[in-house]
Design a protein around this ligand. Structure first.
Ligand code: SF4
Length: 457
């Protein structure tokens, strides 16, 4: 994790490697295009989105009732339900379960919640080995990094780098880059970890109030293997993962994989109803700031998020700046809404990491008004006095000019004249952040307004 959360600075570090930035952009656009094809193949796509949004809005409106219903039904099925107000409580609960059962080795499938709570380093400090079993997550774990994307955690890493990493940690051939060979090596390495594990942790994609069951979606089957071999299964979930009825799953399961990776469905969609015979199932329900978001009308619907990653794949800023530049577990447009809700002073740059083009809102399967919320956060950050003077004053000046058409016209004329006579170094220098990566196109001899005003001549 970076010490600073200054998105422009961290983005500049990522963009400095132009080849990587370009390739990252293309890789994510490829996923976005797959998502588009999948969405367009379903005539009822918009109906599904609307239905999902309404189900989530309804659930949020009586979340406490549904959570209690879920607890009752999950307990009836034999699961043990735990409640955590924050990340620290979540980690203590998981540690307590593991220590009581003398667990030394843990396998964990992908769970953004455990990333959010920093569970891995916490357990490691208490002498428990934690192995992330999702291939991408294992790659970033071996590199001692955090995931840079919530669905594609190692999207920022090239296969050559994976080859070097596996050569160092798994003993693969030096210089090997063949994905099949590297995946096979990872499979062998992880198989030994699965067999040696004393407990398995999974995330939760959906929890169903009326049944008390949970659903975990993966493409690698690692969650299933991780909780089938050991006797102890701990499922960690944010309280927003709840849906009321089993039939609602049909809506979300159709939206999730199509939005995330452009697949019709995840390879494994596993349903857990109580513990396996002879085993234990613990479900940890975590708040960690979600109740505060729920209490705010402007930001409540950000809790609808099903963590598909589509808003990241389409975001021109995310694609060009990389997930680590957001310094938060959830990056991209949705992360730039959730992070300031947790700590606005620390994350004040994130709502500005957007062109406000609205593409995120267009692709979101649960119809979160992402770019509107980003704009609302900008207003709030300004109102709280969190913007530095270097940003506040130019914006005030801009507001004065933009509110007065005569002043705007004057500024435009002055700007055109100044650009024509000013030496280049006065415009493109280290103080002009905008000009570091861009060039203004050559100015035409007459402005649009002048051409328009003379159209009848
Ligand atoms: S905000 Fe919407 S598009 Fe972004 S990850 Fe969440 S559900 Fe997917």
């Amino acid at each position: 994790m970076h010490a600073t959360t200054d998105h422009p600075t961290l983005a500049a570090e990522f963009v400095a490697n132009q080849e990587r930035a370009h390739w990252h952009d293309q890789a994510l656009w490829f996923v976005r295009a797959k998502r588009d094809r999948m969405a367009q193949s379903l005539p009822e796509w918009e109906t599904l989105r609307e239905t999902a949004a309404q189900i989530k809005a309804h659930t949020a409106s009586c979340l406490a009732d549904y959570l209690e219903e879920f607890e009752r039904n999950a307990t009836r099925l034999g699961a043990q339900v735990h409640w955590a107000a924050n990340a620290a409580e979540h980690n203590e609960i998981v540690l307590g379960i593991l220590q009581q059962r003398q667990v030394r080795r843990l396998v964990k499938s992908k769970s953004m919640l455990t990333e959010e709570c920093h569970l891995n380093p916490f357990l490691e400090r208490h002498g428990i080995e934690v192995v992330d079993t999702d291939l991408g997550e294992r790659i970033v774990q071996l590199r001692r990094e955090t995931p840079s994307h919530i669905v594609l955690p190692a999207i920022h890493i090239k296969k050559e780098e994976v080859g070097d990493l596996f050569h160092e940690h798994l003993g693969t051939d030096a210089g090997a880059t063949d994905p099949s060979y590297l995946t096979e090596a990872a499979r062998g390495h992880l198989r030994a970890k699965f067999l040696a594990a004393d407990a398995g942790v999974t995330g939760v994609n959906f929890a169903v109030a009326e049944t008390g069951g949970i659903v975990v979606c993966t493409n690698e089957g690692n969650a299933d293997l991780g909780v089938s071999l050991p006797k102890v299964h701990i499922a960690c979930m944010g309280i927003e993962k709840l849906i009321p009825r089993a039939q609602d799953l049909s809506v979300f399961v159709r939206l999730l994989a199509r939005s995330a990776t452009g697949q019709p469905i995840t390879t494994y969609t596993s349903h857990f109803h109580g513990p396996a015979p002879g085993g234990e199932l613990h479900i940890v329900l975590v708040d960690n700031g979600r109740s505060e978001i729920l209490a705010r009308d402007e930001f409540r619907n950000s809790l609808r998020c099903i963590r598909c990653g589509a808003c990241m794949n389409t975001c021109p800023i995310y694609r060009r700046s990389g997930g680590h530049s957001y310094s938060n577990t959830v990056p991209g447009p949705i992360g730039s809404i959730l992070a300031p809700a947790r700590d606005a002073a620390r994350n004040y740059t994130l709502p500005y990491a957007s062109s406000l083009c609205g593409s995120c809102t267009d692709v979101c399967p649960v119809k979160i008004d992402l770019h509107h919320q980003l704009l609302t956060w900008r207003r709030e950050i300004n109102a709280r006095g969190l913007l530095p003077r270097a940003k506040r004053w130019p914006m005030r000046l801009g507001a004065i000019v933009l509110r007065r058409p005569w002043l705007m016209s004057l500024a435009r004329k002055a700007g055109r004249w100044a650009l024509a006579v000013t030496p280049r170094t006065f415009v493109y220098n280290r103080w002009n952040a905008w000009g570091r990566q861009r060039e203004l196109p050559p100015l035409p001899p007459r402005s649009f307004r002048e051409i328009y005003a003379r159209r009848g001549d």
